[in-house]
Design a protein around this ligand. Structure first.
Ligand SMILES: Cc1ncc(COP(=O)(O)O)c(C=O)c1O
Length: 417
């Protein structure tokens, strides 16, 4: 089979492809695996009940059901959904946005594919532009999204030891020059995989750098506020003009509806909507219809403010306590778990590295994520990149407990203690 250059890029094996294959295996083919790997959200009973109520409402309303199934939505999203979202975002976050600032896309993975390739790659003057990831480790799913070589430049963070067995990454501002080759800056907040929450000061610094360089700051709110709201401490989320914010319904508990929301200047929204139309013609109607009903009923606000953060905070505390107990005496550190639903575990000088730990654990029926791929170009040159694993706390407490027992036994075996 002869593939084009783009064809090769699009069909390549990559960490996100492996991650989704692992996820598929664990969730459908081998449900006995203790799954602390991919980013599937937890089953949160109150949220599931809410989704079911609104789904039933849609099915039982003949007009709504007919529109759901029988109508192509407008390229940017239907006016009613966009109006509801604009009202929600101004009420919840104080963002001064209207329908013109919002586009619906089929999932934030697609949103970032569009945004990255709008702003980076070869431009009209034949210069190559890159996406700057100012702090790795960062979401590995960005990795294969550039339709060009050398698509990303990335920076190592400062690494602060915050307290016994804890640490936290910080932006290394001394290493943050933004050259003319940068087409966009991108961060996830809170960050997948570390659960780090970039501070307001760090966000302001990034915005200043982006403005000086005349490029957008892309802020991935897949886990952030106002929904799903998986942030476990005070967090301001003001409107930062010149930013592009991307929200998703996935971590709210609806990854199956493939719906994300891009919020940006109308000029950007116009480009995103056109690109989305070229690639997928139109979005599905289910996500936007549920979104509208959850906004009108007040449920979206409730889920993002209390239901989901309370649920995940309790799971986080359970997993942290289990790990602190089981890894006592070992050279481990947990990244301060400030948001998202991951524990980022650093095992200093781990014999064999995290890839070996991942493989051994998989054999023993526990799936975790090895850390290397989250470090982009630093994975081969920074020892720290081979000493981290990501664990999700979306599974029930008994699964977390069994998994931690197996993980701790394997880690002790590798350290030979
Ligand atoms: C940080 C981050 N951004 C984007 C995505 C893509 O999510 P979706 O396409 O389901 O909205 C994920 C999924 O895990 C993620 O962790």
């Amino acid at each position: 089979m002869k593939l084009s250059r783009f064809g090769r890029l699009l069909a390549q094996d990559s960490p996100i492809v492996q991650l989704m294959e692992d996820l598929g295996e664990a969730l459908s083919r081998n449900p006995d695996l203790l799954f602390l790997g991919g980013g599937n959200p937890a089953k949160v009973p109150a949220a599931q009940q809410c989704f079911q109520t609104h789904l039933r409402g849609l099915v039982e309303d003949t007009d709504a059901a007919n529109s759901l199934l029988g109508v192509y939505p407008a390229p940017q999203g239907d006016d009613r959904t966009l109006r509801a979202l604009a009202g929600f975002l101004s009420r919840e976050c104080g963002w001064p946005v209207s329908e013109a600032d919002i586009a619906i896309v089929s999932g934030s993975q697609l949103a970032f594919f569009i945004l990255f390739n709008l702003f980076a790659g070869v431009d009209d003057s034949e210069s190559s532009r890159q996406v700057l990831l100012p702090l790795v480790p960062e979401y590995l799913g960005y990795g294969a999204q550039g339709l060009g070589d050398d698509f990303f430049q990335t920076r190592k963070p400062l690494l602060r030891l915050t307290q016994a067995n804890r640490f936290k990454y910080a932006l290394d501002t001394a290493d943050l020059q933004v050259g003319p080759e940068v087409g966009a800056i991108c961060v996830s907040r809170p960050t997948n995989p570390s659960g780090n929450l970039l501070t307001n000061a760090e966000m302001d610094q990034l915005l200043t750098l982006a403005r000086q360089a005349g490029v957008p700051l892309l802020v991935d709110l897949a886990y952030g506020s106002p929904f799903p709201g998986l942030v476990y401490q005070a967090c301001e989320n003001p409107w930062r003009a010149g930013s592009v914010h991307v929200l998703s319904l996935s971590k709210l508990g609806l990854p199956g509806v493939r719906t994300a929301v891009v919020v940006a200047d109308p000029e950007v929204i116009h480009c995103v909507a056109r690109a989305n139309t070229i690639m997928s013609l139109a979005n599905g109607n289910l996500g936007p219809a549920l979104l509208e009903r959850m906004i009108d009923s007040g449920d979206l606000s409730l889920l993002g403010r209390t239901v989901l953060p309370d649920f995940y905070r309790a799971r986080r505390d359970q997993l942290v306590a289990l790990l602190d107990n089981a890894l006592k005496g070992l050279p481990y550190r947990i990244h301060e778990p400030e948001g998202a639903f991951f524990i980022w575990l650093w095992l200093e000088n781990l014999p064999g590295g995290s890839q070996a730990l991942y493989a051994n654990l998989k054999e023993k029926g526990v799936l975790v994520m090895a850390g290397e791929s989250f470090f982009f170009e630093w994975q081969s040159t920074w020892a720290h990149a081979r000493e981290c694993v990501r664990l999700t706390y979306c599974q029930p407490p008994e699964v977390l407990a069994r998994a931690v027992e197996i993980i701790a036994a394997e880690v002790r075996r590798l350290y030979a203690v």
